[in-house]
Write a protein that binds this ligand. Sequence first.
Ligand SMILES: [Zn+2]
Length: 191
Amino acid sequence: MTVEKTLLDRSGSKCELCTSTSNLIVYNIPPNSDESAEQSILLCDTCLGQINNPESADENHWRCLNDSMWTPVPAVQVMAFRQLNTLKSEGWAQDLLEILYLEDDVKAWAESGMADDEDDSEEATLDSNGATLNAGDTVTLIKDLVVKGANFTAKRGTVVKNISLTSNPKHIEGRVNGTRIVLVSAFLKKA
Ligand SMILES: [Zn+2]
């Protein structure tokens, strides 16, 4: 069974944080996911976009954590804990954090990702010209790219709108031919 299938089963084909069913994506939990189902969660594009771009976060979207933090799945607990931490200036998020109980190893996992965010110097995602890419940007492909697993070639010149950043500064995600794919930042030009 693939990781995606396992996660679809585990979640009932819903975003594991907000239960949306739109545009579900397998998210490998940073910083050191082994890409197994245990270290990944299924996210909708709204959750993913806001996790990748905390400045754009809509705090009301994350009220969903009120329910999802009670999951028995450690990977989901980790992401709920981290999101609540990014929102802890909000009273309700602080209240939830206080009642959220994590096993020691799960808590260490959750915090390891957060510590990483703070002390590493936030490597920027750069395009082929060294311009910084941000979530929501529009980019153009500067070479033909064979899309692994999707069986098509994304042509040079293809415009990709509303990209998302990933935990890896060398990669972004965007929609090409209706398929959400990972693109190598160095083969893109900011439009
Ligand atoms: Zn979601």
